[in-house]
Design a protein around this ligand. Structure first.
Ligand code: CAA
Length: 385
C-alpha cells in the first residue's frame, strides 16, 4: 500500500492549490454576494490546464489520473464550492462522459473545445418530476427522419445558462423506463433550446449558474446520440460516478477549510483570559473535525484509485460522497458555532461553507440516494420471484 503522491499528482495538487489561493480566493466573497462567476475565471482555468486536466493528451488534455483530479477538486472546493462545482460538471460530468461514451468523431469534435473553454458543458438530467427517480423522466426523444425531436423540461442545470453544449437525457419509450432513455449532444444555440435562470435565490453556491431549460421540439441528427439507443441511463449513471467523486473531493476541501479557519480562530480569539483553543470543549471539536477530514480524504482518494485501476467503484464512490459530505456538514456546523457571532456574518467565510455544503448533500444524488446505492450493492438483487 502506497500513501504518498507521485510527482505528477503532487504537481497537480500544487497547480490547483496555487490557482485556488491566488486566483479564486480573492474573488469568492464578491462572487457569492453578486451571484455570478466571471467568465474570465473560466478561461483562466482552461489556460493553466485545469479544465482539460482529467482528459487525454491526444485532445489537448492533461491526462491526469483520477487521484490527481480528486486532489484538484479538493483544492478548488477548499476555497469555493461554486468554482469547484462548475469544473466538476464541465470536466467530469460532461467531458469525461463524452470521452467514455463518445464516438471517435464526437470526441474529436467536442473535447478540444471543452478543454479550451471555447465551449462550456452542462448535463441535463433532472426534471420537475424526476429528481432522485431519474428513470421516470418525462422528456421525450421522438424519431423524426434522420434524427429525433426533443421535448421536455429540465431544472437545476448547473452551467445551463452559460453552456454552449448540453448532454440531454430524454426517453424514446417511457414504458421502458431506464431502458428507453437516450443521451444526446445538443448545441445550446439549437432552435427550441430555451433557458432561463432558476427562480428564487439559492442558499449556497450563489456564484454558480443554475438554469431552467425547456426543450421545445429541438431537432437533433441521429449521430448526436451519445452511446447507443436505450443506453442513455447507463451513460447518465456512469457520468455520475465521475461527478460524485468530484463532489466527494470538493466536500473534503470544504471540511479542510472549516478546520483551517477554526484552528486559526481558536489560536487568535481570547476569552476568560486564554485562547478559546485552550478550552477542552473546543479542542475536542477540532480533534473530531481533523479525524473527519482525514477519513473523508482517504475514502475519496481510495475511490479515485479504484477508478484508476478500472475496478468496480460505484459503491466506493457513493461511500466517499456520503461520508465526505456529512463530515463537511458537521465541520461547517462546528466552525460557525466556534466562531460565535463572527461566524454568523460573511465577515468570515465559514457561514458560506455551511450554506454551500447543503448543496453537496443534495446534488448529484442526495445523501439518501447514496445510501440506497450502497445498500443495494451490499444486498444484491432479490432473486425470489
Ligand atoms: N454505471 C453504469 N450503469 C449503472 C450504474 C452505474 N454507476 N448504476 C446503475 N446502472 C445501470 C444498472 O445496471 C441498470 O441497468 P440494467 O437494467 O441493464 O442492469 C440501470 O442502470 C438501472 O439501474 P437501477 O435499477 O439501479 O435504477 P433505478 O431507477 O432504481 O435508480 C438510482 C437508481 C441510484 C436511484 C438512480 O436513479 C440515481 O442515481 N438517482 C439520483 C439521480 C441524480 O443523482 N441526480 C442528480 C443529477 S445531476 C445534478 O444534480 C444537477 C447538475 O447540474 C449536475
Amino acid at each position: 500500500m502506497e500513501f504518498s503522491l507521485s510527482a505528477t499528482q503532487a504537481a497537480v495538487q500544487q497547480l490547483a492549490r496555487k490557482f485556488a489561493d491566488e486566483r479564486v480566493a480573492p474573488l469568492s466573497r464578491e462572487m457569492d454576494e453578486q451571484g455570478a462567476m466571471p467568465l474570465a475565471l473560466i478561461s483562466d482555468m482552461a489556460a493553466v490546464g485545469l479544465l482539460g486536466g482529467p482528459l487525454p493528451a491526444e485532445h489537448g488534455g492533461g491526462a491526469w489520473d483520477k487521484v490527481s483530479a480528486a486532489l484538484c477538486y479538493e483544492e478548488l472546493g477548499r476555497v469555493d464550492s461554486s468554482v469547484r462545482g462548475f469544473m466538476t460538471v464541465h470536466s467530469s460530468l460532461v467531458a469525461q462522459c463524452i470521452q467514455q461514451w463518445g464516438s471517435v468523431e464526437q470526441r474529436r469534435q467536442y473535447l478540444p473545445m471543452l478543454i479550451s473553454a471555447e465551449s462550456i458543458g452542462c448535463y441535463c438530467l433532472t426534471e420537475p418530476n424526476a429528481g432522485s427517480d431519474a428513470a421516470s423522466m418525462e422528456a421525450t426523444a421522438v424519431p423524426d427522419g434522420a434524427g429525433y425531436r426533443l421535448n421536455g423540461e429540465k431544472i437545476w442545470i448547473t452551467n445551463g445558462g452559460i453552456a454552449q453544449l448540453a448532454i440531454v437525457f430524454a426517453s424514446t419509450d417511457r414504458t421502458l423506463r431506464h431502458k428507453g432513455v437516450g443521451a444526446f449532444l445538443v448545441p445550446t444555440n439549437a432552435p427550441g433550446f430555451v433557458r432561463r435562470k432558476m427562480p428564487g435565490r439559492e442558499l449556497g453556491h450563489r456564484a454558480a449558474d443554475h438554469a431552467h431549460i425547456r426543450l421545445e421540439n429541438i431537432y437533433v441528427p441521429v449521430d448526436s446520440m451519445l452511446g447507443g439507443p436505450g443506453e442513455g441511463f447507463r451513460v447518465a449513471m456512469s457520468a455520475l460516478d465521475h461527478g460524485r467523486l468530484g463532489v466527494a473531493a470538493g466536500a473534503v476541501g470544504v471540511a479542510q477549510a472549516c478546520l483551517d479557519a477554526s484552528v486559526a480562530f481558536a489560536r487568535e480569539r481570547r476569552q476568560f483570559g486564554q485562547r478559546v483553543g485552550d478550552f477542552q470543549m473546543i479542542q475536542a471539536a477540532l480533534a473530531d473535525m481533523a479525524a473527519d477530514v482525514e477519513a473523508a480524504r482517504q475514502l475519496t482518494l481510495r475511490a479515485a484509485w479504484m477508478q484508476d485501476q478500472g475496478l468496480k467503484s460505484t459503491r466506493a464512490t457513493s461511500i466517499a460522497k456520503l461520508f465526505a459530505v456529512e463530515a463537511a456538514v458537521r465541520a461547517a456546523n462546528e466552525a460557525v458555532l466556534l466562531h460565535g457571532g463572527r461566524g454568523y456574518t460573511n465577515e468570515y467565510p465559514v457561514e458560506r461553507y455551511l450554506r454551500d455544503i447543503k448543496g453537496l448533500q443534495i446534488y448529484e444524488g442526495t445523501a439518501h440516494i447514496q445510501r440506497i446505492v450502497i445498500a443495494r450493492d451490499l444486498l444484491g438483487k432479490d432473486t425470489v420471484p
